[in-house]
Design a protein. Structure first.
Length: 241
């Protein structure tokens, strides 16, 4: 019945804004039919979309929605990423492979469970938020660098009861919020700083040290370093007692 209906004579009577979208390789209805509608409806706008599916939104709903948004509002809105200023903390166990071999699988798994429980306890005390864990690595975030340093120093001391030593790295910067996760350059810098920390050391970027000036915290200069994949050189400091 649909193919038997002829509405060509009615097209000039349509007086409302009209958007017609048609895929360029439509396998069911030739694109020329869509163009014909646009040419005979006064002021109609025709948009040819990529693809061959007759359902122009199939597999490319975002493209179709963008065109509808432009048609209705006159502009395509650029979504601003959700960003937050945070101090990121990366912590992992030094010489973890050697420890795992020495303890054996079962005892190492039990040690890791106790380690993660200890880390979560200290994060709670210092109002940190666990972002991610992978093996013995922990990624957390704080809304203030001083609390992050306090938590990091406490972690390096608390793991002694487990016979472990940890490396901790800290950096403060703008992070992109991705659901419950954090991403962006600041996160990469934090991870690079942690990779350079010595066992039992809390290593921070110069940004962190500058932000806690006047807090009474002490630091030892660890020199300038190139962080893999990050432009320039970065001055790093070890948080001391």
């Amino acid at each position: 019945m649909g193919f038997e209906i002829d509405i060509r004579q009615a097209l000039p009577a349509i007086r409302i804004p009209t958007l017609i979208m048609h895929t360029g390789g439509d396998w069911a209805v030739r694109t020329e039919h869509g163009r014909y509608l646009a040419e005979h409806i006064p002021g109609a706008r025709f948009v040819e979309l990529p693809g061959a599916d007759h359902l122009f939104y199939a597999g490319q709903a975002d493209v179709a929605l963008d065109e509808i948004e432009v048609f209705l509002t006159g502009a395509r809105q650029v979504e601003e990423p959700d960003r937050v200023l945070a101090t990121v903390l990366f912590c992992d166990i030094a010489e973890s492979t050697e420890q795992a071999v020495a303890l054996g699988d079962r005892r190492w798994r039990e040690t890791l469970e106790r380690y993660h429980a200890l880390v979560r306890l200290e994060l709670g005390r210092f109002r940190g938020r666990e972002i991610d864990t992978a093996g013995d690595g922990v990624f957390a975030a704080f809304d203030g660098p001083a609390r992050a340093i306090g938590c990091a120093r406490r972690l390096t001391e608390a793991v002694h009861e487990l016979g472990l030593r940890v490396r901790v790295g800290l950096h403060t910067g703008e992070c992109e919020r991705i659901g419950a996760k954090l991403g962006g350059v600041a996160v990469h810098i934090g991870a690079r700083v942690a990779a350079l920390a010595a066992p039992g050391e809390v290593l921070v970027s110069n940004t962190v040290r500058d932000l806690v000036t006047g807090s009474g915290l002490s630091f030892a200069d660890r020199g300038a370093h190139v962080l893999k994949g990050v432009p320039g050189t970065w001055q790093l400091y070890a948080a001391t007692a």
